[in-house]
Design a protein around this ligand. Structure first.
Ligand SMILES: [Zn+2]
Length: 196
């Protein structure tokens, strides 16, 4: 409805697992009610990226293009790029913070685990292409030490970088869409991220 739009946005959640017809029926019923935005539910529950992308090849198209389409609980950086490519506008996910706490950093050249012994004396930043305060001020070696020593500051700094990385990735995708260069953006992202 429209009455609550000033204070909050109410989203309807499309269900239907991996079934195109059930998702179509679900979308139709939601559209009849009318929402501020539409979520794509029932994915990112263990089906794998290929099966998820198969659904995303049609699910966003079953929902109104003039309302935000939100993919729930996704995901890894390459999941986000592939989902935006297929028409998704919004995400939520614990991954940047949960992975950060566990020592995993997302970088332009793929994910890395800072606990790995090879980072013990590595004075480079987590991500050379990242301008966040963690990458500006701290080395991989320091973060390796903090995480290994179970210092809470390690979890905080790793999380801060990961959130900055995700924000930069999403801003990059928005900019590329505005410029009409999303295909190039996605290609360059995959070249660097998946084949570092
Ligand atoms: Zn950073």
């Amino acid at each position: 409805g429209k009455d609550h739009a000033a204070k909050a946005a109410l989203f309807g959640i499309q269900q239907g697992s991996l079934d195109k017809e059930i998702r179509a029926a679900s979308a139709e019923a939601l559209i009849e009610i009318g929402f501020d935005g539409y979520a794509i539910g029932g994915l990112a529950v263990g089906e794998g990226q290929e099966a998820m992308f198969d659904v995303l090849d049609y699910a966003p198209g079953q929902l109104p293009a003039d309302k935000p389409r939100y993919l729930m609980g996704v995901g890894k950086p390459d999941d986000l790029v592939g989902a935006v490519e297929r028409g998704v506008d919004m995400f939520d996910c614990v991954l940047p913070s949960r992975s950060g706490r566990n020592g995993q950093a997302f970088t332009t050249r793929g994910a890395l685990n800072i606990r790995n012994a090879k980072f013990a004396e590595d004075l480079a930043p987590l991500d050379e292409d990242c301008s966040c305060s963690v990458c500006t001020n701290h080395s991989r070696a320091y973060l390796h030490h903090l995480i290994r020593a179970k210092e809470i500051l390690g979890a905080m700094l790793m999380t801060e970088h990961n959130i900055a990385y995700y924000q930069t990735l999403m801003a990059g995708m928005r900019g590329a869409i505005v410029e009409g260069s999303f295909a190039d953006f996605a290609k360059n992202f995959r070249t660097a991220y998946l084949n570092p």
